[in-house]
Design a binder for this molecule. Structure first.
Ligand code: FAD
Length: 607
């Protein structure tokens, strides 16, 4: 037996053990959940995700306040700690494993024309399965919320102090540049060992005429190698950042595997508690002050509707008594992308068998370095303007550079996680299995298409109906096509041509009639065939003025028409942020915790 065969056979066993050792070294104890709880608390928080973990931790800083945090999932998987493995936890038990409804105008290359929607079902929520890219969004996003959309108090100056409060930036290049902070719970680092194809990302940006710099700083438009929510090379979820340090507080109880099925109200429409199911047993707990719903942009609207808060016609159709008639579940937005792939004969990208081997494992364990620290292979980011974007420094496209492609694991897990049809896989990716590939994702930042979340049934255990209605507004296709053209140009810059890279030549099934390859019509067909989510559902419990009929929560995130109930998670964003949504959700939760406590930080706008 060759050494290589021995390694391949024992690797599945070595990897978890090695990871446990590493985690032990990093965090001595990470048991935060309990098996017993009281009947009454001051605050009950539903969902220990990006937002819920923050709110629970901040509220329980006051020893006189009793907080219960209920989470449907369990603890983080040891595999999810390793940044490069981000996609490998999809479809495992820590993922809700949602699918959208069949899409009428998109997703033609996916099984059943459905988009796979992973969401974290675990302490840390989606921050425990995400790709860890740290982006705060654009100043204009928040100013637009505050000044044009009725979300008074959520301008950039209002929220900026909360990005700083959360952050512990450990890269001196960023930490002290005037736009970041140190000492917060959420560790932000720069992955230390980019691949050769990532190292030329900024150079390619310059060759295209863009600036290079901190895209969380003064300007957003430009190129950079991304920072991520990682700590010493391992994932820093909000469970690690906020719950582990609070685990010894006697006034904070965290209960895992607790699936909340209903919010309970008294005769005065005040939320007084919740029902939840844990290991097939049913329980009720009561809140003296408030119930805070942080179940995310899919499950929060589901839970509200199950509890009688939602569109009256839909609730009546489901046989649910209407407590407050609100547009819950509407205004669903997400970020999507098609992909432009290149291939090369050079060994310069992240290919599975070169990424996971004894040397890389030892490097990771001993020094927290090497390819395993890569943010799920996202090694470059940029924000650019398509020809349809006319406002300065409010880009409408984010680019992500992936040092790999769907064929980089030889047709293993990635293809399943993306949900490709057999035909799409065979025709587009299979021919490139023996090459190194890299990919450019042009991501649509402010889609015009809007979708919805509805109940499938009255049963809380049934997945809700998710219909993002991707690309139902033609303008979204036009923007993507322009973004794809920029991606093609990037691949042909001298920086990437050093690798003698060639663009994929395989034809998308169903797009043959739009040939030649990469014509505008063909690109549009590609976008409608490979319509991939970057996993940012938002907006389903829109925040804004109480008088606006499209809003669900007011500017203090209180649900309209009832008392003692707030929503704190990604669902409150009135318009999706320009960028990845984890850091914005955490900042929203930080500010919400202060709103609940009654004193918010002084607004500050950096130069
Ligand atoms: C695969 C993936 C990759 C991503 N990549 C990035 C990235 O690189 N950078 C970035 O900034 N953002 C990324 N995101 C998006 C970002 O992680 C999310 O926007 C953010 O985590 C949303 O936070 P949330 O608090 O709204 O919801 P979540 O973090 O999803 O939290 C909701 C929590 O509520 C729990 N819950 C739900 N229903 C119930 C119930 N009935 N009872 C009890 N508990 C319940 C869930 O199990 C979960 O723990 C990614 C997301 C995913 C899924």
């Amino acid at each position: 037996m060759l050494f290589h065969d021995v390694v391949s056979a024992t690797l599945p066993a070595i990897l978890p053990i090695a990871t446990v050792l590493l985690i032990r070294q990093i965090d001595h104890s990470f048991i935060v959940s309990r098996d017993t709880w009281a009947s009454h608390y001051d605050y009950i928080i539903v969902g220990a995700g990006s937002a819920g973990s923050v709110v629970a931790s901040r509220l329980s800083e006051n020893p006189n306040v009793r907080v219960l945090l209920l989470e449907a999932g369990g603890s983080e998987s040891i595999i999810s700690e390793i940044p490069i493995g981000a996609i490998s936890v999809q479809t495992t038990p820590i993922d809700w494993k949602y699918w959208t409804e069949p899409q009428e105008a998109s997703c033609f290359g996916f099984v059943g024309r459905r988009s796979r929607w992973p969401r974290g079902k675990v302490l840390g929520g989606s921050s425990a399965i995400n790709f860890m890219v740290y982006v705060r969004g654009n100043r204009n996003d928040y100013d637009n919320w505050a000044y044009n959309m009725g979300a008074t108090g959520w301008s950039f100056a209002d929220i900026y102090p909360y990005f700083l409060k959360a952050e512990d930036n450990r890269d001196p290049y960023y930490a002290y540049n005037g736009y970041h902070s140190t000492g917060g719970p959420l560790t932000v680092e720069t992955p230390p060992d980019p691949t050769p194809v990532a190292r030329v990302w900024n150079e390619a940006g310059r060759q295209m005429g863009y600036r290079v710099g901190d895209l969380n700083g003064k300007f957003q438009t430009g190129f950079m190698l991304p920072q991520g929510t990682i700590r010493r090379g391992a994932r820093c979820s909000t469970a690690k950042a906020y719950l582990r340090p609070a685990r010894k507080r006697p006034n904070l109880t965290v209960v895992t595997f607790a699936h909340v099925t209903k919010i309970l109200f008294n005769a005065h429409k005040k939320a007084v508690g919740v029902n939840f199911v844990r290991f097939n047993s049913h329980y009720t707990v009561y809140a003296n002050k408030e119930v805070i719903c942080s179940a995310g942009a899919v499950n929060t609207p589901q839970l509200l509707m199950l509890s009688g808060i939602g569109p009256a016609d839909h609730l009546m159709e489901m046989g649910i008594a209407v407590l407050s008639d609100l547009p819950v579940g509407r205004n669903l937005m997400d970020h999507i992308y098609p992909s432009i792939h290149f291939y090369t004969e050079e060994k310069v990208t992240l290919v599975q068998h070169r990424v996971i081997n004894p040397v890389t494992l030892l490097t990771y364990i001993a020094a927290a370095r090497g390819p395993l620290t890569s943010l799920g292979a996202i090694e470059g980011i940029a924000f650019i303007h398509s020809k349809y974007s006319n406002k300065s420094d409010w880009p409408d496209i984010q680019l992500q550079f992936i040092s790999g492609g769907p064929s980089s694991d030889m047709g293993g897990h990635i293809r399943k996680a993306m949900g490709f049809t057999e035909e799409f896989w065979d025709k587009v990716y299979k021919p490139y299995l023996q090459y190194d590939s890299f990919s450019f994702y042009p991501i649509l930042m402010r889609p015009y298409s809007r979708g919805y979340i509805k109940l499938r049934s009255k049963n809380a255990m049934d997945a809700p109906v998710i219909n993002p209605r991707y690309l139902t507004d033609e303008r979204d296709v036009h923007t993507l096509v322009d973004g794809m053209k920029l991606c093609i140009k990037l691949g042909f810059t001298p920086a990437y041509q050093k690798f003698r890279a060639k663009i994929y030549e395989t034809v998308y099934p169903g797009c043959e009639q739009y040939l030649p390859l990469y014509s505008d019509e063909y690109l549009a067909c590609m976008a409608r065939t490979y319509t991939q989510t970057i996993y940012h559902p938002t907006g389903t419990c829109k925040m804004g003025s109480v008088y606006d009929p499209t809003t669900v929560v007011d500017t203090h995130l209180r649900v309209k028409g009832v008392h003692g109930l707030r929503v704190v998670d990604a669902s409150v964003m009135p318009l999706i942020a320009t960028g990845n949504t984890n850091a914005p959700t955490i900042a929203i939760a930080e500010r919400a915790a202060d709103l609940i406590k009654g004193s918010v930080r002084k607004p500050y706008r950096p130069p």
